[in-house]
Design a protein around this ligand. Structure first.
Ligand SMILES: Nc1ncnc2c1ncn2[C@@H]1O[C@H](COP(=O)(O)OP(=O)(O)OP(=O)(O)O)[C@@H](O)[C@H]1O
Ligand code: SF4
Ligand SMILES: [Mg+2]
Length: 347
């Protein structure tokens, strides 16, 4: 398989990553097979860049994110971070690295312990991961961090349930950033918030990214935010990369039929006008993906998207398309990338 050439100085390099789960089920036949949440995935992340990860619900985004920060043990494959292999690290060896790779979760309230005060929650990573910082400094650092994310230092004795979703997410961000991580993974960090609050949190992330020199992985369904925030975007389907490119390229000239279908499902959000041909005619708009996502326990043979792809041909069932270079730092896993451009015109 031809792999994307790594971008200059990747801080994180993922190769052939698989994260498989045993199916949950009471009856023996419900537990047969394995769920291929992440399946032979490659990814490179440059220091300081923001990588967006998009794809339908259940395509493996969170499983990937959890594997990257050691919450899920990879079934196989390699995750190299700053020159170290993470895929088979023990819990003990993960400990010193945890402060460098932090995550902000989707449901802010569910991810904050209801029994702890805000002060205890934000100080916890300092206690757990930064033995060199004296306990006498914790309160001051927590207060400063809360103020940095737009909250008052006076809330330290209150509990998470006393706050709105947006405020709770600010607490989650404060907890992640207090240890000054190098990589921050935001897994649907703004999805559960109201639209206006969402914009405030995205703007806060933009400021903090700059201030802390963060490398960001931003997982989201909202294509408009991904387009606004991210330098590069990776499109996932059934645990695999379908397409990856710079954000402007991906939204301007999406190559993979799945990417086009995703954009068609949210055209206004994606901001993607139908591409214009050299003769000035507009191509027909692609359609949203038809049907449901197949089960990751029984992924389709060949190209995993073939059961829903309007351009499917026999070759798509016969072999898995490799991730091929289709432009400058633009890769797509489709046998007929160029042909799909043509076929789009004919539909
Ligand atoms: N611990 C687990 N045990 C069994 N199956 C799991 C486990 N975690 C995830 N899965 C399954 O793996 C697949 C991918 O799930 P994942 O949560 O990674 O998708 P996702 O892209 O993050 O979805 P969403 O957009 O809804 O958050 C799903 O079929 C899910 O049910
Ligand atoms: S390889 Fe075939 S099924 Fe897969 S996206 Fe391309 S045209 Fe569609
Ligand atoms: Mg998820």
């Amino acid at each position: 398989m031809s792999l994307p050439s790594p971008p200059l100085s990747p801080i994180l390099s993922v190769r052939h990553l698989k994260v498989y789960f045993q199916p949950r089920g009471i009856l023996p036949w419900q537990r047969k097979g394995e769920i291929r949440a992440v399946d032979d995935l490659h990814l490179d992340l440059r220091a300081g860049e923001t990588l967006g990860i998009v794809g339908e619900s259940g395509c493996g985004k969170s499983s990937l994110a959890r594997a990257l920060i050691g919450l899920e043990t990879p079934t196989s494959g390699s995750i190299r971070y700053a020159g170290r292999e993470l895929a088979n690290l023990s819990k003990k060896d993960w400990r010193p690295l945890r402060r460098e790779l932090q995550m902000v979760f989707q449901d802010p309230l569910a991810s904050l312990s209801p029994k702890m005060t805000v002060g205890q929650i934000v100080a916890e990573p300092l206690r757990e991961l930064c033995p060199e910082i004296p306990a006498s400094e914790h309160a001051q650092r927590v207060a400063a961090m809360l103020e940095r994310v737009g909250l008052s230092r006076d809330i330290v004795d209150r509990h998470p349930h006393e706050f709105s979703g947006g405020q709770a997410q600010r607490i989650g961000i404060a907890r992640a950033l207090i240890v000054k991580p190098k990589v921050l993974i935001c897994d649907e960090a703004v999805s559960a918030l109201d639209v206006s609050v969402r914009a405030q949190i995205v703007n806060l992330l933009v400021e903090l990214r700059q201030e802390y020199g963060l490398t960001l992985i931003f997982i989201a369904h909202d294509l408009a935010i991904v387009r606004y925030l991210c330098d590069r975007v990776l499109v996932m389907y059934l645990g695999k990369v379908m397409e990856q490119a710079g954000a402007a390229d991906l939204f301007g000239t999406p190559k993979h039929p799945y990417t086009r279908a995703l954009m068609a499902a949210a055209p206004a959000a994606a901001g993607a006008a139908p591409p214009v041909e050299a003769d000035g005619k507009k191509k027909k708009k692609p359609k949203p993906p038809a049907g449901d996502l197949p089960s990751p326990a029984h992924p389709p043979m060949g190209c995993v998207f073939h059961t829903r792809c309007p351009l499917m041909e026999s070759a798509c069932v016969a072999s898995v398309p490799s991730l091929r270079r289709v432009g400058v730092e633009h890769y797509a896993a489709c046998h007929f990338v160029a042909a799909s451009d043509r076929a789009e015109l004919q539909r």
